[in-house]
Design a protein around this ligand. Structure first.
Ligand SMILES: Cc1cc2nc3c(=O)[nH]c(=O)nc-3n(C[C@H](O)[C@H](O)[C@H](O)COP(=O)(O)OP(=O)(O)OC[C@H]3O[C@@H](n4cnc5c(N)ncnc54)[C@H](O)[C@@H]3O)c2cc1C
Length: 525
């Protein structure tokens, strides 16, 4: 032991979100005896560690857990309902913290509300749990086992489709949407229940999956697995150097870029400030789509594509009021935690012809004030969101500099991000489409739909993308192993190489399963 940390392990995992947790789970299940250490910069905010904060019944305790996840900027303004966000506002969702600087270069669109969570469980302690499968051009065609991997990811995340079957208005919403969506679509592309990482307990309460569910009993009870909260990994260590930052910018690769086998990590104990080295045969960097490239870059691991192909799923939103449900029994409806339960979550799948991913769900409050003498049937205000797939460009990127440091003393990220003409066309189409969907559901509540500030999706992808060849357009191979740095693997939404509109966590956990199986087979051979 060195301080709190072991001197050596077989596998060091950086980050405790669902993708890091997937490595711990698969290794615990398939490689008994392998020593695994998971280092997480943030604190434990829920019990069991990594649990979703929406499962915390006491609203004050829940708010405390959210604040504790917001890192050094915990006092920055947050908003409690997606319906309260209006274009131009720069505020984060509870449990997240925004990039304080570098979110928009002059003359560019930037990602003004790019956000992160810093806590055990990462964003999965705060997420909505929507787990749709990718379709059409969203799919990663060079992975023949993609469907099997997605199925395994659903097992790890505890995905169900019946969590809201008791919701009084869910079927009405689906039926109304189906009228304008389903014609000409394959069964899998039709309006349906959103697969959700949530389940009902025997007492009827809803339980949202966080990293605790992904870790499962296999990792939690594994004596060879240990989680270290408040432990910031500052460098990935390679044989033959690469531990110190080297000159160059993300995407330049070449000069100063380190290559070599993984030999461990340097970890700063945020409780004492002491930094120690932990030897490891494999290092999994699962620090989110902004901080995974940050750590690689800080470690001198700089493949040409690092930080590039950054893409966010811009969101067009609208609200409608269900008509014809007055007087219907709203049943249990209001939930003590998380999402209200009147209308569930409905999925309007992405297709290549309609390249938007639709998520239709209850809003806790109307986004526009309603007249005082206009009583609102509980649960009758429905939010519609269409996530749009980005027109991918290598020039959209997160980059880092030697001189600017973030609150942790790591190279500060700055975003270079521009919408293309095609993106604007997609938004225009999505805006037209969402009006059709809104009218089908009920009475429209706004004059016109609006686009949330870029970064609101919390789904940033591409920055450590997977590819089949070390051709400068990808960071890792199909097992998530970084080109030129054997034993270093990347995990998270950044690994997804395609332009997707659907929520990405199921896919990134699926990719993590593949990487974990790969190293399990190497460790057990
Ligand atoms: C409000 C909200 C709603 C969402 N809804 C959905 C949804 O419905 N469906 C969906 O698919 N996705 C959703 N998401 C996004 C989803 O939560 C993320 O896709 C998912 O958590 C990503 O998992 P991850 O393991 O890659 O990273 P994260 O969950 O972001 O975890 C990364 C962790 O790594 C830690 N870390 C970073 N750098 C270091 C370092 N150097 N050393 C140590 N630790 C480090 C961070 O502190 C963090 O805890 C939502 C997110 C939020 C906040």
């Amino acid at each position: 032991m060195t301080g709190r940390f072991p001197a050596s392990v077989d596998v060091a995992i950086v980050g405790s979100g669902p993708t890091g947790a997937a490595y711990a789970r698969i290794l615990s299940e398939s490689a008994p005896g392998v020593r695994i250490a998971m280092f997480e910069a943030g604190p434990i905010v829920s019990d069991p560690p990594g649990a979703h904060v929406k499962n915390i019944a006491d609203p004050y305790a829940r708010a405390r857990a959210q604040r504790a996840s917001q890192g050094p900027s915990a006092d920055a303004s947050t908003i409690s309902s997606p319906g309260a966000v209006t274009s131009g506002q720069r505020s984060g969702r509870p449990g997240t913290h925004l990039l304080q600087a570098g979110f928009q270069a002059e003359g560019e669109d930037g990602l003004p509300v790019a956000a992160m969570s810093t806590n055990v469980g990462g964003m999965s302690a705060h997420w909505t749990g929507a787990c749709p499968t990718p379709r059409g051009s969203e799919r990663i065609t060079f992975l023949p086992d993609l469907d099997e991997l997605l199925g395994e990811a659903a097992r790890l995340l505890g995905v169900t489709t019946n969590a809201f079957d008791g919701s009084p208005f869910a079927e009405i919403v689906r039926e109304r949407l189906a009228v304008v969506v389903d014609e000409g679509r394959e069964p899998g592309e039709r309006v349906q229940r959103m697969p959700l990482a949530a389940h009902r307990r025997d007492d009827g309460n809803l339980v949202w999956s966080g990293s605790d569910v992904v870790l499962g009993e296999a990792a939690t009870n594994n004596p060879d697995f240990a989680l270290y909260p408040e432990a910031l990994v500052t460098r990935v260590l390679l044989d033959g150097g690469g531990a110190d930052g080297a000159a160059g910018a993300a995407g330049t690769g070449g000069a100063g870029a380190a290559t070599g086998r993984a030999r461990g990590v340097a970890v700063r104990d945020l409780r004492t400030g002491e930094t120690t080295e932990v030897a490891a045969r494999f290092v999994i960097v699962a620090g989110d789509a902004l901080r995974t490239p940050q750590l690689l870059w800080a470690s001198g691991i700089r493949p040409e594509a690092l930080g590039r192909w950054l893409n966010d799923q811009a969101q067009i939103v609208f609200a409608a009021r269900l008509r014809g449900v007055e007087g219907l029994d709203a049943g249990q409806g209001a939930s003590s935690t998380g999402l209200s339960e009147y209308s569930g979550v409905t999925w309007v799948p992405f297709t290549d012809e309609q390249p938007f991913h639709g998520q239709v769900m209850q809003l806790d409050a109307s986004p526009v004030p309603l007249a005082e003498d206009d009583p609102v049937t509980p649960g009758s205000i429905v939010g519609l969101g269409l996530f749009c797939a980005k027109d991918l460009q290598a020039s959209d990127r997160v980059e880092f500099s030697e001189s600017d440091l973030d609150d942790n003393g790591m190279p500060a990220p700055s975003i270079r991000y521009t919408l293309t003409e095609k993106d604007h066309e997609t938004f225009a189409r999505a805006s037209e489409r969402i009006v059709v969907l809104g009218r089908a559901v009920g009475e429209l509540l706004n004059d016109r739909p609006f686009r949330l500030p870029l970064g609101s999706s919390l789904h940033y992808q591409g920055t450590t993308r997977m590819g089949v060849a070390d051709d400068g357009a990808s960071v890792c191979d199909t097992n998530s192993e970084v080109w030129g740095a054997p034993g270093v693997l990347v995990a998270g939404n950044g690994v997804i190489p395609t332009s997707t509109a659907c929520n990405p966590t199921l896919t990134s956990v699926a990719l993590a399963v593949r990487g974990a199986r790969h190293i399990a087979s190497l460790l057990m051979s």
